[in-house]
Design a protein. Structure first.
Length: 553
C-alpha cells in the first residue's frame, strides 16, 4: 500500500525541484565548508604577506589582486582581530552607525567576512541589510526582451516598465546583430515612460562598450568575475582585465557594476572544494578592488545550484549583505527562475523585498516569461499586481507603482509611435500602423506580427556603419515632432558628460537629479529613521487598481 498523503505531496510543485545533499569536496555546499580557509592577515611594510592562512608566495592571481587592492590595510590588522561574533552584532545593532561598521568590514579578509556573516540567521541578515544598504531608498530593475527581438514591442514594454516604476532596464538579444536596434528601442521607450531611466543592452563586452560609447546605453552590469583562477582562465580573463574594462566604461560616462554569484564556480567544475559563499566573497572583493561602484549578485543565473543544497537561499542573502559591507551598490538578483513552487520563489525574494536593497530585483521580467531572453525570471509581467499588493500589505516600498489600464495603453501607444517615427526619420525599415496597434495592446511577442528579419539585420548593421550616435537620435526625434522625448534622450546624454551618476548606487529622478549613496546615504539607526515612506508614496502604493472605494457603493 502507498500513502495517499505522500502521493499528494509528491505531486506538489516543490517536489519537481532538484535537491541534493552536501558534497563539500566538489563545492556542493553553500556555507561553512570544512575546506574553507581560516581567517588571518599579516602585513609587513605595507604589503600583505599572509592572508587567510596562505603565504604571499603561494597566492594565486585572485589572492594577489585582493591583497593588493581589495582590503583597506590601514585598519586591517585591528579589524581582523575583533571577535567575529562582536562584528556580527555590530552589523545588526542599529545603535552602531553604518559608516562606523563599513570602516571595519572593508578591512576584513574574505575568510573573516564569511565567518562574520555566518553568525547571523536570515532575520538578523535582513536587519543588517536595512542598515548596510548604500542608498537611502530602495529601487527596482527589470528585463525588457522578446523572442523575436521586435523593436516596437521592446519600446512599448520599456515605456510601461518606466511607468510602473523601474529605475533601470536591461535588454539582450536573441540574434546578436539586433543589438543596436534593441539598445535604441529600450532607451527611447523608457524615456517615453519616464525621463531619467537608465538602460543597458547585455551582449558581448566589446559590442556592449561600443553601444555605450555611441550613447545608446547608460550602464552595464554583465561584467562577470569569478572566485577561482581556473574559471577566470576558462574565460580568457583576469581580475586586471576586468578592472581595465571597468575603467573603459567609467571613462566614457557609463555606470557599471560587476556580476557574480554563489554557485558559478561549482557549476563550472572549479570550486576547489570551497563553499559557494566563500568563493563569492572573493568575487565581491575583486569587484571592490577593481573600482566598480557596485555588484549584481545573489546567485543570478546560477540560482538553481545553491538552491539545491541546504542553506543555499540563506547564502544568497549573505552574499548580498557582503556586497553592502564592502560599500558597494547591491542589485540583489531575484532574477532567474529556479523553482516550480510559488511559495518558494516568494520566500527567496522576501528577504530582499522586506529590508530593501539598492535594486531588489536585478532582473524582474517586465514581459511574460516566455519572452524573457535571460532564461526566465523569478518574477514577470503577470506578477505586477501581486508585487504591488504585497507592497500594500506590508507597507513596503518595493520600487513599483500600481497603474491603470488607460494610462498604460496611452504610454505604450506613444512609445510605439515614437519608434515608428524615429525609424522613418533615420531611413530604417518601415514600422506599420498594425505593428503599433499590436504593441499598444499586446501582452507579448505572440501578439506581434512578424517582421522581415533579413531587412532588419541589414539595417541594424548599417546603423553601426553609418556611425549613428545618440545625438542623431535626438535630432531625428525632434524632426519627427517628439521634442519631449528628444529632450529626455538628450538629458541622458548630458549625464554622460557630467558623470554624476557614476557615484555608488546612483539612479536618476524624472528631472534628471542624481540620487545616490553620496548625496542620499542610508542613515538607518532603528525605528523611525532611514528611508521612510512619504505620505504621497504611501498613497500611491495603497491605490491598487482593484481596491474598491466603499463610499462609492
Amino acid at each position: 500500500m502507498k500513502s495517499k498523503r505522500f502521493e499528494v505531496l509528491d505531486a506538489r510543485p516543490v517536489n519537481q525541484d532538484g535537491f541534493v545533499t552536501e558534497w563539500p569536496e566538489v563545492g556542493l555546499i553553500a556555507m561553512e565548508s570544512p575546506n574553507d580557509p581560516k581567517p588571518s592577515i599579516k602585513i609587513v611594510a605595507g604589503k600583505v604577506v599572509e592572508m587567510d592562512g596562505k603565504k604571499r608566495e603561494d597566492f594565486d592571481m585572485v589572492d594577489t589582486f585582493i591583497a593588493t587592492y581589495g582590503i583597506r590595510l590601514e585598519d586591517a590588522e585591528r579589524a581582523n582581530a575583533i571577535d567575529s561574533n562582536e562584528l556580527a552584532r555590530m552589523l545588526v545593532d542599529f545603535n552602531v552607525p553604518r559608516a562606523e561598521v563599513v570602516k571595519l568590514t572593508t578591512a576584513l579578509t574574505p575568510a573573516k567576512m564569511i565567518e562574520v556573516v555566518s553568525q547571523l540567521n536570515v532575520v538578523e541578515m535582513m536587519t543588517a541589510v536595512s542598515k548596510m544598504r548604500a542608498r537611502l531608498s530602495p529601487a527596482n530593475q527589470c528585463h525588457v526582451t522578446n523572442v523575436k527581438d521586435n523593436p516596437i514591442q521592446i519600446a512599448a514594454d520599456a515605456a510601461e516598465a518606466a511607468l510602473r516604476g523601474f529605475a533601470e532596464q536591461e535588454t539582450t538579444v536573441g540574434i546578436v546583430r539586433y543589438a543596436p536596434f534593441n539598445a535604441i528601442s529600450i532607451m527611447v521607450g523608457a524615456q517615453v515612460g519616464r525621463p531619467g531611466i537608465l538602460t543597458q543592452c547585455a551582449v558581448e563586452e566589446a559590442t556592449e562598450l561600443a553601444l555605450g560609447m555611441r550613447g545608446f546605453t547608460a550602464y552595464a552590469e554583465t561584467v562577470s568575475v569569478y572566485g577561482t583562477e581556473p574559471v577566470f582562465m576558462d574565460g580568457d580573463d583576469t581580475p586586471w582585465s576586468k578592472g581595465f574594462l571597468a575603467s573603459c566604461y567609467a571613462s566614457r560616462g557609463l555606470k557599471m557594476r560587476f556580476t557574480s554569484g554563489t554557485g558559478s564556480e561549482v557549476q563550472m567544475g572549479y570550486a576547489e572544494g570551497k563553499s559557494m559563499l566563500y568563493l563569492e566573497a572573493r568575487c565581491l572583493y575583486i569587484t571592490k578592488a577593481a573600482g566598480s561602484q557596485g555588484t549584481q549578485n545573489g546567485s543570478v543565473s546560477c540560482c538553481g545550484v545553491p538552491a539545491a543544497v541546504p542553506s543555499g537561499i540563506r547564502a544568497m542573502l549573505a552574499e548580498n549583505l557582503i556586497g553592502m559591507c564592502l560599500d558597494l551598490e547591491c542589485a540583489s538578483s531575484n532574477d532567474q527562475t529556479f523553482t516550480h513552487s510559488d511559495l518558494r520563489r516568494i520566500a527567496r525574494s522576501i528577504m530582499q523585498f522586506a529590508p530593501g536593497t539598492d535594486f531588489i530585483c536585478s532582473g524582474y521580467s517586465a514581459v511574460p516569461n516566455y519572452d524573457n531572453m535571460f532564461a526566465g525570471s523569478n518574477w514577470d509581467a503577470e506578477d505586477f499586481d501581486d508585487w504591488c499588493v504585497i507592497q500594500r500589505d506590508l507597507k513596503i516600498d518595493g520600487g513599483l507603482r500600481p497603474v491603470s489600464e488607460d494610462e498604460t495603453v496611452v504610454v505604450r501607444n506613444k512609445a510605439a509611435k515614437v519608434i515608428q517615427a524615429l525609424y522613418r526619420e533615420l531611413g530604417l525599415p518601415e514600422i506599420t500602423d498594425a505593428e503599433v496597434e499590436a504593441a499598444t495592446y499586446g501582452h507579448g511577442s505572440k501578439d506581434m506580427p512578424d517582421r522581415n528579419v533579413v531587412e532588419d539585420l541589414k539595417a541594424a548593421d548599417n546603423v553601426l556603419k553609418r556611425g549613428l550616435t545618440g545625438i542623431d537620435l535626438v535630432k531625428a526625434l525632434a524632426r519627427a515632432g517628439y521634442e519631449d522625448v528628444a529632450g529626455s534622450v538628450f538629458g541622458m546624454l548630458k549625464q554622460r558628460v557630467s558623470g554624476d551618476y557614476l557615484h555608488t548606487a546612483a539612479i536618476l529622478t524624472k528631472d534628471f537629479n542624481v540620487v545616490s549613496a553620496v548625496n542620499y546615504p542610508n542613515d538607518y539607526r532603528g525605528p523611525s529613521t532611514g528611508y521612510q515612506l512619504s505620505d504621497e508614496r504611501w498613497a500611491e502604493i495603497k491605490n491598487i487598481r482593484k481596491a474598491i472605494d466603499p463610499e462609492s457603493i
